[in-house]
Design a protein around this ligand. Structure first.
Ligand code: UCC
Length: 553
């Protein structure tokens, strides 16, 4: 008897096979800028296809462990991680996924658009990095914070090094058990110690990448007033100078047993007069400084969502082109084509939003547009990523529910994206604050109006849907900005934020489609139309998703 064996889903070269990514990079970097990035992107892609997927698998199957004491009773607080995790660490440094935006020669090549190249690297590397993308995100955030507030710090050099023997990552110790997102309830204190260092005391509850060489911790400096804005960021060296012995007074109480991101060692930390270095003047309220870091990590979150969606799609497509059902290929089944086609449109939307956020981070990091786009990108892509991951599992049938296929991990890991760095609701309230600050929704609405105007002649029905959505948003954003604490406004914050995110995405996809159409490529217009008609117009586009499936992927 011959046993039936289903071929495992295959991965094509994630860079060369992705025509959408090529189009975006051609537009955002210009053909010369994209050409200058090609070798870098191709080299990373080749590593992803080979050693990095193997390292990812190793790290996922060998989760970290904590040893608190040695056999003789000495406190060691040692976190052991897998070889695969260490391979990811070295690759992150070598491929400059943190370092790129901090390198002078990158700026010579791409100027402020270096952030776009970094985003492309993250898009290729992140989905099978065993979530080393988490320490990478925090290292980038810490580097951005040090660049702004302590540019002479020797830690900045190490955070942005490309030599794996020198490079370090960072943790981000904000959360405390009693407060969660409500940072104002923090009880960790900081008092001046000898030699200009400060001493931190308190418990931190959710400290990801606890193996990192440093962390940025929020604490209330001695004499500072109450509330969140008076907290200040401190750099905590995690080890003494030997790089192994934990800093004096630092205990890792336990590792978290998490639904996903299982390769990431996430700890609960107790600080008892742990030496720390203030980042900026601790006498000056410091939450605003800390938000420099948080904005960067929220953008990485959006990149992780978009990258994960693209990779899930790739595996589901591979399966569909291998799997026979009812006498034909799954990839020829109209309903399955419509399902995967919808996921392709969502993945394109998530990429557009994340790429836009990274573009703004380079072009105008303190501008009003990014102030609103950062929470929008994080929350919109986070929700999309979870919904898509659930569909990807379903697209595999029973195999999608079996751990050693590797498919269930897509859902477990996606679920963290709307949680860490602020939940959907916390970010929706942040959106209300952003609407009431500076230019509020005006840059977004303006962008949508221009995109709709440009689409009127080619895609009148699509332009109409965008115009209607934008008009409604303008009125609702004005109401929210006028009274952001009104209970009715707060109750509607998530719905409003998602509408803003979906509308901005439609505008971005249409902008890109107009550029591509001028070069004879109508595929981006198809993606933009289907996103807009479905997400803004509420239309059933299933038949179109089936009919145009081959162009969408
Ligand atoms: O989860 C964590 C680590 C996980 C690992 C990370 C890996 C990421 C990997 C991704 C790739 C795979 S760390 C914990 C995450 N926690 C959070 O994100 C905090 C969530 N909470 C918030 O976001 C809150 O909105 C707060 C704490 C930022 C603010 O809430 P409050 O206490 O109600 O404060 P206010 O009154 O709203 O704002 C206080 C000050 C104000 O400044 P001033 O006094 O000058 O007016 C605000 O303007 O903070 C300013 N502020 C901001 N500034 C508040 N939000 C922002 C903002 N988004 N940007 C700039």
């Amino acid at each position: 008897m011959t046993r039936f064996v289903q071929p495992a889903p295959a991965l094509r070269d994630p860079y060369t096979s992705d025509w959408q990514l090529h189009g975006w990079l051609d537009r955002l970097l210009g053909p010369a800028g994209h050409a200058a990035a090609k070798d870098r992107l191709a080299a990373l892609s080749a590593d992803v296809l080979g050693p990095l997927r193997a390292a990812h698998h190793d790290a996922e199957t060998h989760p970290p462990t904590l040893t608190r004491f040695d056999p003789w009773g000495n406190r060691v607080e040692r976190v052991d991680v897998s070889a695969g995790w260490e391979t990811q660490r070295a690759s992150a440094a070598r491929h400059a996924v943190v370092a790129l935006p901090y390198q002078r020669h990158s700026h010579d090549l791409w100027g402020t658009r270096t952030r776009v190249v970094q985003h492309a690297l993250l898009h290729l590397w992140g989905p099978e990095s065993a979530t080393f993308s988490c320490p990478v995100a925090m290292a980038d955030g810490a580097a951005a914070l040090l660049t702004a507030a302590a540019p002479d710090s020797p830690w900045l050099t190490r955070l942005t090094a490309t030599d794996p023997a020198v490079a370090v990552t960072s943790g981000q110790w904000m959360t405390e058990s009693q407060g969660g997102s409500d940072i104002a309830r923090s009880t960790t204190t900081a008092r001046p110690g000898p030699d200009g260092t400060w001493l931190l005391t308190g418990d931190k509850w959710f400290c990801s990448a606890i193996d990192s060489a440093m962390a940025v911790a929020l604490a209330r400096p001695e004499g500072a007033g109450p509330g969140s804005r008076n907290l200040a960021p401190f750099l905590v060296p995690r080890y003494t100078t030997d790089g192994v012995t934990p800093a004096p007074g630092l205990q890792v109480l336990r590792l978290k047993d998490k639904l996903g991101t299982r390769a990431v060692p996430t700890g609960e930390v107790r600080l008892d007069d742990v030496p720390a270095i203030p980042i900026g003047d601790p006498a000056v309220p410091g939450l605003a400084r800390m938000m420099t870091l948080v904005v960067v990590t929220r953008l990485h979150n959006a990149a992780a969502a978009a990258g994960g969606m693209r990779r899930g799609l790739e595996y589901a497509l591979s399966h569909a082109t291998n799997r026979q059902v009812a006498g034909g290929l799954l990839a020829d089944n109209p309903l399955h084509r419509a399902t995967l086609g919808g996921l392709a449109v969502d993945a394109a939307g998530a990429y557009a939003l994340a790429a836009h956020a990274f573009t703004l981070l380079g072009d105008d990091p303190t501008g009003d547009e990014l102030r609103l786009v950062a929470p929008l990108a994080k929350l919109t892509t986070g929700r999309l990523a979870v919904a898509s991951a659930s569909e990807y599992l379903e697209a595999f049938g029973g195999a999608g529910y079996v751990e050693d296929t590797g498919i269930p991990r897509l859902l477990r890991d996606a679920q963290v994206l709307p949680i860490w760095e602020g939940t959907t609701n916390v970010l929706s309230v942040d959106v209300l604050r952003a609407l009431a600050t500076g230019a509020g929704a005006r840059p977004l609405l303006h962008r949508a109006e221009i995109a709709a105007d440009a689409a009127v002649s080619r895609l009148p029905g699509v332009a109409e849907a965008l115009i209607a959505a934008t008009r409604r948003l303008a009125a609702d954003a004005e109401t929210a900005a006028a009274d952001p604490r009104n209970p009715r406004v707060v109750a509607g914050a998530r719905e409003l934020a998602l509408r803003l995110g979906n509308t901005l995405t439609a505008a971005l996809l249409l902008e890109h489609a107009a550029w591509a159409a001028d070069r004879g490529d109508d595929r981006p217009a198809l993606l933009a139309s289907l996103w807009t008609l479905r997400r803004l117009g509420g239309a059933d586009v299933s038949a179109d998703l089936h009919t145009h499936f081959d162009q969408l992927i």
